[in-house]
Design a protein around this ligand. Structure first.
Ligand SMILES: *Cc1c(COP(=O)(O)O)cnc(C)c1O
Length: 374
């Protein structure tokens, strides 16, 4: 049995739907391929599902973050506190609007940014804090909210991987003044190309983001640019495809959650052997990626490859250690938990169409690892 980490057959069940959608949009009389009525219907469906005041579909999760930052007039001279462990867009979106990312360390087990570290990183120049939900755990948003209020800074929620997650009865995406989703293939609501969305309860942010995604135009008058924006528009084929797939999202997320439950149960006794599963439960969880922590990570990865199980290291290096962000890593500052996480983390396959036998095979392979401390 060989299980790839990224399955090539992710959309096999939806292939006819995809081809039909291309035909429908391609043959439609209006010949509208971006920001048409399908995009509007998709935004409305998402908005209703999550109960937000506005949802604005855009070109990617990364530009969604940039649109939010720009909608809040965050730019040169401003600092934004971001996690030291995570994906490049967390810091790159900040740099690309001219602001300065300030890295805060993460929790050693959950790997989401630590409120205490965020608070330590706030200065007189801080314009916003931008916690991110990671792998299968939502950030401590109640504390982030109170931090933002107490220090009078904006709260941006990187919920790119957490669509469907709920914490204290509030869905991921609605904890910040604005949140984002990503529809790139590997995400839980992944699609056939690039796409993202901004979610907000603040109508003014929604309106500004709507204009910013299309070069500052208001959608009424063409070629009047109220401010400098971006090209971050949404595709009509993707809108229709995602509208159809939205119906099955809850079931796919539930299947991911069941797989995660099973793995965690099987791995609960492995701590002595240097393998730690993520926290249990459903509250504040998102099941995008199932990541273990392993003392002998590289050996475990090899062992799993030998047993036909594809794995992936998200992320092999903390953000401040990346050449791209070196100038935002002041000498003498350290992010030891991010460092440790990047050397211990290993993600297992968790896609919803894994069979029970395949899931069992993955768990058996992990449990067969001799382990031990390095
Ligand atoms: C994927 C991701 C993004 C960026 O989304 P793209 O659609 O790939 O641009 C941002 N933040 C996090 C935490 C992500 O995982």
């Amino acid at each position: 049995m060989t299980l790839p980490f990224f399955p090539p057959d992710l959309f096999d069940d939806d292939r006819e739907l995809l081809l039909d959608t291309v035909r429908r949009v391609g043959l439609a009389e209006e010949q509208k391929f971006i920001l048409g009525e399908r995009t509007a219907r998709f935004e409305e469906a998402l908005r209703e599902q999550i109960g937000a005041a506005d949802v604005v579909a855009c070109g990617s999760g990364t530009t969604a973050l940039m649109l939010v930052l720009r909608s809040m007039d965050i730019g040169p001279g401003d600092e934004v506190v971001v996690p030291a462990f995570g994906c490049a867009p967390l810091a790159a979106s900040v740099v690309n609007v001219g602001a300065t990312p300030v890295f805060a360390d993460v929790h050693p087990w959950t790997m989401v940014v630590e409120p205490y570290e965020v608070e330590q990183a706030i200065t007189g120049r801080t314009a916003a804090i931008m916690p991110a939900h990671m792998f299968s755990v939502m950030a401590d948003m109640p504390t982030m909210r109170s931090l933002a209020e107490r220090h009078d800074v904006r709260l941006i929620e990187d919920s790119a991987v957490a669509q469907g997650g709920v914490l204290d009865g509030i869905p991921a995406g609605r904890w910040g003044e604005a949140g984002v989703f990503s529809f790139v293939q590997v995400k839980t609501f992944g699609s056939i190309g690039e796409g993202g969305a901004v979610v907000t309860d603040d109508e003014e942010i929604g309106q500004r983001v709507r204009m910013l995604r299309n070069h500052g135009q208001d959608g009424k008058q063409r070629f009047v640019h109220h401010f400098v924006g971006f090209n971050s528009r949404f595709d009509e084929i993707m809108a229709e495809f995602q509208l159809h797939r939205l119906a099955g999202l809850a079931a796919r997320l539930e299947r991911r959650a069941q797989i995660a439950d099973y793995y965690t149960e099987r791995f609960s006794g492995l701590v002595e052997r240097g393998i730690q599963p993520p926290p249990t439960g459903r509250e504040g969880r998102c099941f995008y990626v199932y990541s273990l922590l392993a003392d002998r990570r590289d050996e475990l990865k090899r062992h799993l490859t030998e047993h036909g199980v594809g794995t992936h290291v998200y992320y092999p290096s903390p953000l401040p250690a990346q050449p791209a962000f070196a100038e935002y890593a002041p000498p003498g500052r350290f992010w030891p938990h991010a460092e440790l996480a990047s050397s211990r983390i290993l993600a297992l396959p968790i896609y919803p169409h894994l069979t029970d036998a395949q899931v069992e095979h993955v768990a058996d392979a992990v449990c067969a690892f001799p382990g031990g401390r390095p």
